[in-house]
Write a protein that binds this ligand. Sequence first.
Ligand code: S3P
Length: 431
Amino acid sequence: MTFMATKSRPLSGSVRVPGDKSISHRALIFGALAQGETQIEGLLEADDVLRTAAALRAFGISVEKRGARWTVEGNPWKAPARSIYAGNAGTGVRLLMGAAAGQSIAATFDGDASLRKRPMGRVLDPLRDFGLQAEDTKGGLPVSISPSILQAGTYRLPVASAQVKSAVLLAGLGAEGVTVIEEPVLCRDHTERMLKAFGVRLDSEPMAQGGRRITMQGQQALQATSVTVPTDPSSAAFPVVAGVLVPGSDIVVEQVLLNPLRSGLFTTLQEMGADLSFENKREISGEPVADIHVRYSLLKGVDVPADRAPSMIDEYPILAIAAATASGTTRMNGLAELRVKESDRLAAVSAGLTASKVQHETGEDWLSVTGGSVSGGGVIETMMDHRIAMSFLVMGLISDDPVSVDSIEMIATSFPEFISLMETLGASFRR
Ligand code: S3P
């Protein structure tokens, strides 16, 4: 069913987006590997994360919601009776594969049509190097793994992927020997930070030629702990950009995770001239957070360097919308990974910009957008991708004619409250 966004009055007020998706998956999975009861506050209760909770139950782990808290009781994992269905969740399925490999059990993993198209070889290759017996389906899901004794080794990440890094570390936790991961280009480090909070000894040191080397002894026991999940910068991105773009807006997005390996969008927006201030800086569960005060601003185009891509990989669709309103051209580089997300995001963004009559060009791994006044008027094909839907709905708040998206169903995978939260700020949507 199509859903429409129309020109909005100035946005105002203070909101808090839901918990970080990356940290939520990790808190559940690490809790399931730990001895004792892990308590999680602020867990993202969205489809992707609830699939991970259900998967862990299928592995024999008790995962429960008690009041506002989630508790996970670590236990030896058992082989699930049925195949694990991860829905749309790339992070969920890749991390679960790594963890299950480390627990030496048999399991089959599957997902929805989008997840079935995504590459799993990037995770299975290093796990097979460690000795995992696994069958894939043309490099993707369904994937079946067999109980295997793993021998850890050294793996140099060929792509800047925190999902791959995390899957290898999770497998390495159950392996004999030392896992060494060389990371030439840094990507999000929530796994390293959270493993330490669960009592795992792990070293992460800069390499002489750049990047980091992570070293972890296998077969360490995790100790249950309490985790408070900060709010997701990849969800905060939507109200933040809306606040910058809708004339007259003045909003606060509270308690946003500002890990430097996640905050590339905010850096880029500031370079474009956005008036963002980071207030009340503090730490939550070993992660930096702040309230982001956002005021309407006129933007100018910038060049976004390729080496910033890992710190804002999920934010290019919404950056493209900001770029469409900026004076001049914004060139975004190093975007090859966008081709293998929940959709081919470069293609989906380009098609949406074409439908909205925004001047732009794309190459295999880049996008350049020349801004101006945005006419809108199109019906956007979201390709069943939550971030494409939310990005173009933000565009509709400032375009001359309304913007419709073909479906909002997938928004529930990461940010079920998106519509109502944006409406409390003053965003105008029509069902
Ligand atoms: C994630 C890592 C990123 C990101 C995804 C979440 C994670 O994927 O796009 O939304 O939680 O580790 P890659 O590791 O494939 O870059």
